[in-house]
Design a protein around this ligand. Structure first.
Ligand code: 0X9
Ligand code: ZN
Length: 308
């Protein structure tokens, strides 16, 4: 549809999700999960046809990095395809009958707003840092998963990857953590970024392999295969080491113990492209990108649902 051939600002995206929930009351539920420093809402949308999705919950988040606009399009399209597919598409109907999809479409509202109003290539949130002129914390360095342990991260407030004063110092990270733990058990999680066309699995901060390495490798490889354009599946750290990232936290002991011992399949997906346009991905690549992601999402959902 027309909606998925352009990028949309913070306010339009929020209105779109409100409308989605309103027009599909039996499938979609809109909630707010907290406020940002600039008083914007962080929202979540839950999509299911089941009264009791039990252990089958899959989480997706978008726009933790403000400038990665295609990520926002991907969450919107997945929500759209799920509600439209129910009753029309056999596979999606089956999925929604026993699974719940939890979507946080804009993890970084203040940063995203800033990319529309002031600076297209802003990455971090817009926190005021004490003792510095420079604003913003990289939310994908602020989670407590190896926080502050080096790799591609910055202790400098002015850096693009500034990790914050301490782990989970940022409101956005606090809200995501609280929300995630409140909604356990969650069996799969995807954090959407751009760019590079990569399917990344834990860990990002540690050289050791995840306990589920062989399962995650298989899932990652299959997601890559499901996507029509060339995506590469690898461990996060083999791209470069980075600590405090969201997808490592989704796979952390803190989550696993809240999750009754169940370890979520957790991925970071770097969307299109491989460089020519980078963060400024042209509108005509929105549809092909969101559709290839749909195949990966459906595959991962089925594979965690059917897991023993
Ligand atoms: O650096 C990041 O936060 C992610 N890449 S981005 O260009 N979207 O900023 C990748 C994080 C993946 N984890 C590791 N490479 N360790
Ligand atoms: Zn990113």
């Amino acid at each position: 549809t027309d909606w998925h051939t352009a990028y949309h600002n913070y306010e339009s995206i929020i209105e779109w999700y409100k409308h989605l929930a309103k027009s599909h009351p039996s499938l979609a539920r809109y909630t707010t999960i907290g406020k940002t420093a600039e008083n914007r809402d962080m929202i979540a949308v839950h999509i299911t046809a089941s009264k009791n999705p039990g252990r089958n919950k899959m989480y997706m988040q978008c726009l933790i990095h403000a400038r990665e606009w295609i990520s926002g399009s991907v969450c919107m399209y997945q929500a759209h395809m799920l509600v439209q597919g129910y009753g029309n598409d056999r596979e999606i109907t089956d999925l929604l009958n026993d699974m719940e999809f939890l979507i946080v479409p804009i993890v970084n509202p203040d940063g995203y707003h800033y990319t529309w109003s002031h600076s297209r290539l802003w990455r971090k949130n817009r926190a005021v840092n004490s003792n510095s002129e420079c604003r913003g914390v990289d939310l994908n360095r602020n989670f407590d998963a190896g926080w502050g342990q080096g790799g591609r991260t910055s202790v400098n407030e002015c850096g693009e990857t500034y990790h914050g004063k301490k782990a989970a110092s940022e409101l956005e990270v606090q809200h995501i953590k609280k929300y995630f733990k409140k909604n356990v058990p969650i069996v799969a999680a995807i954090d959407f970024h751009s760019y590079g066309q990569l399917i990344l699995r834990p860990y990002g901060y540690a050289k050791r392999s995840a306990q589920d390495e062989s399962t995650f490798a298989k899932m990652g490889n299959e997601m890559a295969r499901q996507m029509t354009a060339a995506y590469i599946s690898q461990r996060s750290i083999d791209l470069y080491p980075a600590c405090g990232i969201a997808s490592d936290w989704f796979y952390s002991n803190e989550v696993i113990s809240a999750n009754k011992g169940k370890r979520p399949a957790s991925f970071t997906i770097e969307l299109r492209d491989k460089g020519p346009y980078g963060f400024l991905l042209p509108k005509d690549q929105i549809m092909p990108t969101v559709k290839e992601v749909k195949n990966a999402v459906i595959y991962l959902a089925k594979s965690v649902r059917d897991a023993p």
